[in-house]
Ligand binder design. Structure first.
Ligand SMILES: Nc1ncnc2c1ncn2[C@@H]1O[C@H](COP(=O)(O)OP(=O)(O)OP(=O)(O)O)[C@@H](O)[C@H]1O
Ligand SMILES: [Mg+2]
Length: 510
């Protein structure tokens, strides 16, 4: 970005700011076309020709090759939005981009950065406060609003929306409001299967061999977070007699451990790594279902669901009474042979759900999963924090609220509030533009009708271009998604505007 009309001195003075502004703009430009119901997909191509097709802002940003530090800062904010709240990454990126661009325009005109930032803070706080006031609560999980939340954030994929809401209802409001529980983590997309929700967890591995049982009822479950083999032994030691003796002892110990496990009544055994032949043979003989090389995040879910505690190999030395305390329980485990998966149902510890999203081909698995995760995050966010009219409507109402706050601000901080007002108008403008209408016209029409009707739900029907009530159309967003986006955009804009110099550090390690 060249600052036109500036003296060479002035240009020098704002060099860091302008460079950062240009980088932030470039990031916003990379995702703006995906915003809203008429947003288009982006095709990402890597050096080897690998292709990812997506509409999710954060996916684009994560994969983009970016070197500029300010651009990286913005990408981090989008990722944080995704991790913490699960949706709204394009919104936060565009609002931050507008805040920075507007802020810079005031600074190059001579408004001190400190005043701009001061005003931005007041504006963001005012917007956040009135957003909370405008939020509508989710009174019960049965409300059809939940389907709408899932449908809108799930890019109008009705089957995914229905699936996710079904899962939310099965799991219940109490669990959904637990801080550490993420509904999005219950989702897995699979090629060529039907959509399904069930209470239980899946391990994406089959039985170790076909002689093992396919179904186990009232399972007693042992989880070994390690390989299942005799304790470490150096092959060279076998050359000596003492070494060989020790080897035989370890073998015998190992055999005794396996016996102990069988005698304890273990019927299912999951391993982080592989299993020694001897153990496989004995456990197969005893009718135990063994699954080896289970990914660690799946082992963790199994433990949470069944109450099993993972043991290291050395832990197998414990007494039977002690070992018994490490076992988990489930009502049923069974293998789905066609998918090479084992399902665990009715674990005795924490209830868990799994949402299986079917995908017709391998190419769309990733995007179907992302969509389902967005929908799940939004449903959970709505249950926790309520909802607001979508389509950029509520942001327009907030812009009006911030204008009122601005009327009472004296001095140059008012310019900071102007930046916030512009940022709040951006979502509607972008959604409208992507739908093929003129944002300049529609933004004014919406502002006028919101004022005349006193409603914060007025925005644009993207199919017809009409200025209408979003709640009547069922277009709603979770309040927390917006709240997080507004606050995060404010924070990152402030951080970027504060940067006065960019100095390259020498690479100490290199
Ligand atoms: N049918 C619709 N009409 C108008 N606005 C809609 C419609 N469906 C969704 N929206 C609006 O689109 C916006 C969300 O767009 P989008 O999902 O592309 O971006 P995001 O949620 O900010 O980012 P991402 O989903 O990429 O993380 C919300 O403001 C939502 O209310
Ligand atoms: Mg979205």
């Amino acid at each position: 970005m060249k600052a036109q009309g500036l003296t060479p001195d002035g240009e020098q003075k704002h060099a860091a700011l302008l460079s950062n502004g240009a980088a932030v703009n470039a990031i916003a430009a990379a995702v703006e076309g995906t915003m809203g119901p008429k947003g288009l997909d982006t095709m990402l191509v890597d050096r080897l020709g690998e292709v990812v097709i997506t509409n999710a802002g954060v996916t684009i940003l994560e994969r983009m090759q970016v070197t500029h530090p300010a651009a990286r800062m913005l990408i981090k904010v989008a990722k944080a939005q995704q991790d913490e709240i699960g949706d709204g990454t394009t919104t936060v990126t565009l609002m931050a981009g507008t805040l920075v661009a507007e802020g810079i325009s005031h600074v190059v005109r001579g408004v001190p950065v400190a005043r701009v930032i001061e005003g931005m803070r007041i504006g963001i706080q005012s917007a956040a406060d009135s957003l909370k006031r405008r939020s509508r609560p989710i009174e019960s999980l049965d409300t059809p609003v939940l389907e709408r939340v899932a449908y809108i954030s799930g890019r109008e994929q009705a089957d995914i929306a229905a699936l996710v809401v079904h899962a939310a209802r099965l799991i219940g409001a109490e669990k959904l409001s637990e801080f550490s529980f993420k509904l999005a983590d219950t989702i897995r997309a699979e090629e060529g299967v039907a959509n399904e929700v069930f209470m239980g967890v899946i391990v994406s591995k089959g039985r170790l061999n076909k002689q093992m049982p396919k179904i186990v009822k009232d399972a007693r479950i042992l989880v070994v977070g390690d390989a299942f083999e005799p304790e470490g032994f150096e092959a060279e030691a076998l050359a000596t007699e003492a070494g060989f003796k020790k080897y035989l002892e370890l073998q015998a110990d190992f055999q005794a451990h396996i016996r102990k496990i069988i005698d304890l009544g273990v019927t299912v055994c999951l391993l982080d790594r592989g299993m020694h032949d001897l153990a496989e043979e004995m456990l197969t003989e005893a009718g135990v279902l063994v699954i080896s090389r289970v990914p660690s995040h799946e082992l963790q879910k199994i433990c949470e669901h069944t109450g099993a505690r993972p043991l290291k190999r050395i832990g197998l030395r414990r007494s039977s009474e002690e070992l018994a305390r490490y076992l988990g329980e489930a009502r049923e485990c069974f293998e789905d042979e066609s998918l090479r998966q084992v399902r665990f149902l009715g674990g005795k510890a924490s209830p868990m759900a799994t949402v299986v999203v079917g995908a017709a081909t391998a190419e769309v698995i990733g995007e179907r999963e992302r969509i389902a995760r967005d929908a799940a995050s939004s449903v959970q966010a709505a249950v926790r924090g309520g909802y607001v009219p979508g389509g950029g409507a509520v942001e327009m109402a907030l812009a009006k609220d911030v204008e009122q706050t601005r009327a009472n601000i004296k001095g140059m901080a008012a310019y900071g509030l102007d930046c916030v007002i512009a940022a709040l108008r951006r979502p509607l403008a972008q959604i409208v533009l992507n739908a093929g209408f003129n944002p300049l016209e529609k933004v004014e029409d919406v502002a006028a009708l919101q004022l005349a009707s006193g409603s914060d739900a007025i925005a644009v029907n993207c199919d017809t271009g009409e200025v209408v009530d979003m709640l009547a159309l069922g277009i709603v967003d979770p309040t927390l998604v917006k709240l997080h986006a507004i606050k995060a955009a404010g924070e990152i804009a402030e951080a970027i505007l504060r940067i006065d110099k960019i100095i390259k550090m020498t690479d100490i390690e290199g």
